[in-house]
Ligand binder design. Structure first.
Ligand SMILES: NC(=O)C1=CN([C@@H]2O[C@H](COP(=O)(O)OP(=O)(O)OC[C@H]3O[C@@H](n4cnc5c(N)ncnc54)[C@H](O)[C@@H]3O)[C@@H](O)[C@H]2O)C=CC1
Ligand SMILES: CC(C)CC(=O)C(=O)O
Ligand SMILES: [Mg+2]
Length: 361
C-alpha cells in the first residue's frame, strides 16, 4: 500500500527559499516515481522576515502544521539585523527544537576518498562519524532570557536527567545500527568539560550508566577542547560523538569545514515524536537572492528525512531513495564539474540541484 507522508516546509530566511524550492522539487519527482510512498508539502511561514512583517516569528498556525506533519523540512532562519526587543536575534528554529523536544541534533561528518578537504588525509583514509548535539537545553537554556545588569550578564547551563538519558540512549542505538551495517566498529565518545564543570560530571555519569547497558559498544570520554584538535588531527578515530548543545553547535561547524564547507553539511533534530531536517548552515544573507547558494546540504538533509521516515514506517523504498539521493550528491560533488561558488565553481543553485536530479534519473 502507498503511504502518504505530510511534510511541513519552513522555507525560512535569506537563501532559505532558494535552496528549499529545488529540494522539494527533487523530493516530489522522487516520490512521483515510487509506488511505495507519496509526499505532500505544506508551507509553514516563520522566521525573521516573517517577524518583521507580522510581529510573529513562529506563528501558532505554523506550529500546528509542524505538529500535524510526519516530518519537517526547514532551511534556515534568522537575519542579523532583525531582532527582538531585547536585542537578541530571531531564532524560531531553536523554539521549534524546544517545543517539539528534538533533543538529538544529528550531524554527520563524512569525507570520501578524493573529496576536497582542508585536511591532509593519509592515502586511502576516509572520515565517517556522527556528531550528536543535544538540541534543547545546555547553554541554550536561557536563550533570550539571560540576566543582564549594567555590570554583569548571566546565562544558565542546564543538563537534565530526562533529556540526557534519552540523548545517550539515542547515541548508543545509533552506534549499534552503524555497527550492525558494518559501517563502523561501534563506539560512542562523550564530549564534555567534566574536568571543570559539575554539570558535565553529571552529564558523564549518565553517559557511563547508559554505556554499561551496551557492552557490545565501546565508550570513551574526551574533553571538548581536545576533541576540536583530534577532529583535525585524527578524525577517523571517531564513530558517534555525543555532546552538549553549544559544544555541538561549534564542533559541527568545524566538522562542516573539514567536509569542504557548510554547503555540504546536513543535519536532523530528532525527538521521540517529531523530527526537523535542515542544513547546519544559516540563512547566508551575504549571498541571498543571487541563486548562488549551495543546495547540497539541504538536499542531503532531505535524504536524512527519507532515511528517518523509511525506517520509522518500515518503508524500504524510502530508505533506498535516501541512499540514492545521497549518492547522487556525492557523484555531482566528486565529478567537480557543476559546483557552486563556495566549492570553487561557478554553477548556480538551480544548476547544482538539476545536476543532482540528472545523476539520479
Ligand atoms: N539553523 C539555522 O537556522 C541557523 C541560522 N543562523 C542564522 O543565519 C544568519 C547568518 O548567520 P551566519 O553566521 O552568517 O552563518 P551562515 O551559516 O548563514 O553563513 C556563514 C558563511 O557560510 C556561507 N554559507 C552558508 N551556507 C551556505 C550555502 N548553502 N552555500 C554557500 N555558502 C553558504 C555564507 O555565505 C557565509 O559566508 C544569522 O541570522 C544566524 O543567526 C545561523 C546558523 C544556523
Ligand atoms: C541559531 C543557531 C543556534 C542555529 C545554529 O547555529 C545551528 O543550528 O547550528
Ligand atoms: Mg550552528
Amino acid at each position: 500500500m502507498k503511504h502518504t507522508f505530510d511534510i511541513a516546509v519552513f522555507e525560512g530566511d535569506g537563501i532559505g527559499p532558494e535552496i528549499t524550492q529545488p529540494t522539494v522539487e527533487i523530493l516530489q519527482k522522487l516520490a512521483g516515481q515510487s509506488d511505495a510512498y507519496e509526499l505532500t508539502f505544506k508551507d509553514a511561514p516563520a522566521g525573521a522576515a516573517h517577524y518583521a512583517k507580522t510581529g510573529a516569528s513562529l506563528p501558532e498556525a505554523s506550529m500546528d502544521i509542524a505538529r500535524q506533519s510526519d516530518a519537517i523540512l526547514l532551511s534556515a532562519m534568522g537575519l542579523p539585523n532583525v531582532r527582538y526587543d531585547d536585542g537578541t536575534e530571531i531564532s524560531p528554529q531553536i523554539d521549534l527544537r524546544k517545543a517539539l523536544v528534538l533533543f538529538a541534533g544529528v550531524r554527520p561528518v563524512t569525507i570520501k576518498a578524493g573529496q576536497t578537504t582542508p585536511l591532509n588525509l593519509p592515502a586511502g583514509r576516509e572520515v565517517d562519524f556522527v556528531l550528536i548535539r543535544e538540541s534543547t537545553e545546555g547553554l541554550f537554556h536561557t536563550q533570550g532570557r539571560g540576566e543582564v545588569t549594567k555590570d554583569e550578564a548571566r546565562e544558565t547551563l542546564l543538563i537534565t536527567r530526562d533529556i540526557s538519558e534519552k540523548l545517550f540512549k539515542f547515541a548508543f542505538d545509533l552506534a549499534k545500527t552503524r555497527k550492525s551495517t558494518g559501517r563502523s566498529p561501534g563506539k560512542v565518545t562523550c564530549v564534555d568539560k567534566a574536568n571543570v564543570f559539575r554539570a558535565f560530571a553529571f552529564f558523564r555519569e549518565m553517559f557511563d550508566a547508559e554505556a554499561a547497558k551496551h557492552p557490545d559498544i565501546a565508550a570513551d570520554h574526551a574533553y571538548v577542547d581536545a576533541t576540536a584538535l583530534w577532529m583535525v588531527q585524527k578524525p577517523w578515530d571517531f564513530d558517534v560523538m555525543v555532546t552538549e548543545n553549544m559544544f555541538g553547535d561549534i564542533l559541527s561547524d568545524l566538522g562542516a569545514g573539514l567536509m569542504g564547507g557548510l554547503g555540504l553539511a546536513p543535519s536532523a533534530d530528532i525527538g521521540l515524536d517529531h523530527a526537523v531536517f535542515q542544513p547546519c548552515h544559516g540563512s547566508a544573507p551575504d549571498i541571498a537572492g543571487q541563486n548562488a547558494a549551495n543546495p547540497m546540504a539541504m538536499i542531503l538533509s532531505a535524504a536524512m528525512m527519507l532515511d528517518w521516515l523509511g525506517l520509522r514506517y518500515d518503508n524500504p523504498v524510502m530508505v533506498a531513495d535516501g541512499v540514492r539521493l545521497r549518492e547522487a550528491v556525492e557523484t555531482v560533488v566528486a565529478k567537480g564539474a557543476i559546483l557552486t561558488r563556495d566549492l570553487g565553481g561557478t554553477a548556480s543553485t538551480t544548476q547544482a540541484a538539476d545536476a543532482v536530479w540528472g545523476a539520479l534519473a
